[in-house]
Design a protein around this ligand. Structure first.
Ligand code: 5GP
Length: 348
């Protein structure tokens, strides 16, 4: 990568809205986890996709390996703090982390302690004056069905009240080829009614049109990926119309989609489709550890692939602030930070 461009995109203030905690673990943190658990015989090559591409199914296998390495409160605290500090070092000023609460009988981890530990990591980073604001989305793994989804929503509601607004919403993720959104609707509706924001993975693979039609009626507050929404790739105009009518921002993760083979190459990424229409899009990493990327690199790739000038990239990163689930006051503060940093960059 070009050094000057590298520095520009690292310094550009950024907002990260689509980052799965366990997919975001860096090589350095992974080494520490592997040292803690030598008996598992896990090699670093099993936890990240350095080069080449994988099927989506193979990507999901990687998460299973990582989950074996991250199975105690101590692991979660370390992983979450490291991930937050790495995003801050990459110029991310506001981060929404998401993660699926897990219980682990071996270590006595409960789902509640899981969420509380991530919150503790966020608080510790704040106390250590890491230059980043962090909020949390509780993730529902679609594979686990109706009852677990409802249980997760209740936990998220409790945590939203207990954390003074650090828990801001719910994510729907997990293997898109498993389960159907219709079974999760009651849980998603309940979450929305209790004031939670919804960030849903939608149309990540072809063949989810019917599900997307249904879930877009909620409507969600943001869409993860939305790769196959538009008619050119097998989606439909009706899906596009719903997204446009409600002005639902899309979280777009270029490298993740290329490495996971849901898009054929960077230049064919659906970023172009939505960006050209002036629809709100936010560049994100998805799983910076698994896909070996950083948010600054994703911005750089979008700029070079689609021929976008630095001013356009400033605009893109600033517009992402309005797509966050942050309270209005924090949005205003972030906008001021952007303005100050942009003035400073112009003077240099
Ligand atoms: P965690 O929730 O354990 O912090 O992060 C890993 C989990 O996030 C995975 O097991 C999976 O449920 C979800 N995840 C990570 N990346 C993706 C993705 O690209 N698509 C979908 N649908 N889910 C993902």
């Amino acid at each position: 990568m070009d050094c000057e461009a590298d520095a520009f995109y690292r310094q550009l203030p950024k907002v990260e809205l689509h980052a799965h905690l366990n997919g975001s673990v860096s090589v350095q943190t992974m080494e520490k986890l592997i040292c803690r658990k030598p008996d598992l015989n896990i090699e670093p090559s099993m936890t990240a996709i350095h080069s080449g591409r994988r099927t989506l199914d193979q990507c999901f296998q990687v998460f299973k390996v990582i989950h074996q390495l991250v199975d105690s409160e101590e692991d979660i605290l370390m992983v979450a703090k490291d991930v937050i500090k790495e995003f801050a070092a990459d110029g991310v000023k506001y981060l929404e982390l998401r993660s699926t609460p897990r219980e682990e009988t071996n270590t006595g981890l409960t789902k509640r302690r899981y969420v509380e530990t991530v919150i503790e990591a966020i608080r510790q980073c704040k106390n250590e004056e890491v230059d980043i604001d962090v909020r949390f989305l509780v993730a529902v793994d679609r594979r686990n069905g109706t009852d677990v989804a409802m249980e997760t929503v209740k936990l998220a509601e409790d945590m939203m009240l207990a954390t003074d607004g650090l828990v801001v919403g719910l994510d729907l993720s997990g293997d898109p080829t498993v389960g159907h959104g219709r079974d999760l609707l009651p849980a998603l509706e309940r979450a929305k009614n209790s004031g939670m924001k919804l960030a849903l993975h939608l149309s990540e693979v072809p063949s989810q049109c019917e599900e997307s039609e249904l879930l877009l009626n909620l409507p969600p507050h943001r869409i993860g990926h939305g790769t196959f929404l538009h008619p050119e790739v097998g989606g439909s105009q009706s899906l596009v119309d719903k997204v446009v009518k409600n002005s639902i921002p899309l979280e777009l993760c270029l490298t993740s989609n290329v490495k996971g083979q849901t898009v054929p190459c960077y230049s064919k990424h659906h970023f172009q489709y939505w960006y050209q229409r002036g629809h709100p899009v936010v560049i994100c990493t998805d799983d910076k550890g698994v896909f070996c990327t950083e948010l600054s690199q994703e911005y750089q790739l979008a700029a070079s692939t689609f021929g976008l000038a630095p001013e356009a990239m400033w605009r893109l990163s600033q517009q992402a602030i309005d797509c966050t689930f942050a309270p209005e006051g924090l949005k205003q503060q972030l906008k001021q930070t952007w303005t100050q940093l942009q003035r400073q960059a112009l003077r240099e």
